[in-house]
Design a protein around this ligand. Structure first.
Ligand SMILES: CC(=O)N[C@H]1[C@@H](OP(=O)(O)OP(=O)(O)OC[C@H]2O[C@@H](n3ccc(=O)[nH]c3=O)[C@H](O)[C@@H]2O)O[C@H](CO)[C@@H](O)[C@@H]1O
Ligand SMILES: C=C(OP(=O)(O)O)C(=O)O
Length: 426
């Protein structure tokens, strides 16, 4: 099994290009099922989750054409999905179990074909992650939904019809699934208490390019006027704000100066604000964000995760890593997922001083971490261990890095380009 080995102690310097967002491209790929012509997606990151999604779409019968990008030239991959040959409505357990976002084919299949059978995704390391809000949303649009033998079975006679959907809690995936389903429903759908993540706006932009009538994406109320059909389109995926944030934290922790290129600063307000509180100088110019922390140690910053525009849970582990070597102590409060502190034990193996009580962690900064063998437990936990390895004395070896490949494109090449001593070994 592959591992990543990091030698700590090098302040990062230089430019790094940000890839398309995992959390935007996955729903957008699922949305292509709604069209009755090919849909071309560009700025597609090379990620394991993208491979899984294209396999899922191909398994449904869709035609997939991939134009591979080239790292270093700035040419990202592009994917064209031809949904005209879809002949199955089943998303099998083998694929769904490896990637929860597979449940996002439910809304498109149901809207387009009147039926869908999708394996229940089940829980994962960070929490139980139920899909009840997705299912209630489909029912509000007229579908009959049952759960049997580990599969969600949804069907509707005569097509979905617009309805009022009030989410009990804010869910990114449920907002996306219902928004996609409503694009082809008869009449108007009004969704309340929607998630406002930038990836939802990106998905809506893609759907609008395909002919959907959507207003309010990025606000708590989204209104969708159903249309008869959606056509082909081209859409370029939004920059990954979590990858951006991860590189900025790496720069801050190592006392470096890094410019992220092809970034989208407006989607990162809460993260940039916390980095400034930690003592970083940040300059935004167009799609470039430069963070300068040369010669300084970060100051500890309190974090409470919240739905967008609050501080993203997907950046919590990385900020925990920064707080481990910061000046002072900080409290990290995880409010989105019940079990998203799996990285704590591993950071402790590197010498971090962290005490967890319920959903809060008290982190007392230490002057120096010491390299060790650690194990990644989920995607952002993996990233936090790499960050910690970049500042630890000696060598850190991170095992189970397949989690990392779900969400970071060529992370070791990108970090090497900034001067980090990092390599992947078999
Ligand atoms: C592919 C993708 O975009 N993944 C992101 C998405 O995940 P995902 O869409 O799965 O996350 P949600 O926003 O749905 O989850 C938020 C909370 O709602 C709960 N919940 C959700 C749905 C439901 O039907 N019932 C329910 O109780 C979840 O267990 C969780 O506690 O948003 C999360 C929160 O920003 C991010 O961490 C993930 O990176
Ligand atoms: C939790 C995450 O992703 P997913 O919802 O795909 O598991 C993440 O990106 O940090």
């Amino acid at each position: 099994m592959q591992k990543i080995v990091v030698q700590g102690g090098v302040p990062l310097r230089g430019d790094v290009r940000i890839s398309g967002a995992k959390n935007a491209v996955l729903p957008i790929l699922c949305a292509t099922l709604l069209a009755d012509e090919p849909v071309a997606i560009s700025n597609v990151p090379h990620l394991h989750d993208v491979v899984t999604t294209t396999r899922l779409l191909a398994g449904l019968g869709a035609g997939i054409t991939i134009d591979q990008g080239t790292l270093g030239t700035g040419k990202a991959s592009a994917v064209e999905v031809d949904p005209r040959s879809v002949n199955s409505h089943v998303a099998p357990y083998e694929l769904v179990k490896t990637m929860r976002a597979s449940v996002l084919v439910l809304g498109p299949l149901l809207a387009k074909y009147g039926q869908a059978e999708v394996s229940l995704p089940g829980g994962c390391a960070i929490g139980s992650r139920p899909v009840d809000l997705h299912l209630k949303g489909m029912e509000a649009l007229g579908a009959t939904v049952t759960v049997e033998h580990g599969y969600i079975r949804a069907e509707v006679e005569g097509g979905l019809r617009g309805g009022r959907v009030v989410f009990d809690m804010v869910s990114v995936g449920a907002t996306e699934n219902v928004m996609m389903a409503a694009t082809l429903a008869r009449g108007t759908t009004v969704m309340e208490n929607c998630a406002m993540e930038p990836e939802i706006v990106d998905l809506a932009d893609c759907l609008i390019a395909m002919g959907a009538k959507i207003e309010g994406a990025g606000t708590p109320r989204i209104t969708i006027e159903g249309v008869e059909r959606l056509h082909g389109a081209h859409h370029a995926v939004l920059a990954d704000r979590i990858e951006t944030g991860t590189f900025l934290v790496a720069a801050a922790m190592t006392g470096g100066r890094v410019t992220v290129v092809n970034a989208h600063a407006a989607s990162l307000d809460a993260v940039l604000q916390k980095l400034e509180q930690a003592g970083a100088e940040i300059v935004v110019a167009g799609d470039r964000i430069t963070l300068d922390m040369q010669g300084r140690r970060p100051k500890a910053v309190d974090i409470a995760t919240a739905p967008h525009p609050g501080f993203p849970t997907d950046m919590q582990a990385q900020f925990m890593a920064m707080n481990c070597i910061a000046d002072g102590a900080a409290i990290i409060n995880e409010t989105i997922f019940e079990n998203r502190f799996m990285h704590v034990q591993e950071l402790q193996r590197l010498g971090a001083d962290i005490h967890v009580q319920g959903h809060s962690a008290m982190v007392r900064g230490v002057p120096q971490l010491s390299g060790a063998q650690v194990m990644a437990t989920d995607l952002r936990a993996s990233a936090s261990l790499i960050l910690a390895g970049l500042v630890a004395e000696g060598e850190t070896t991170i095992e189970r890095i397949y989690h990392l490949d779900r969400g970071y494109e060529h992370i070791e090449e990108k970090l090497s380009g900034l001067g980090a001593r990092i390599r992947r070994i078999d």
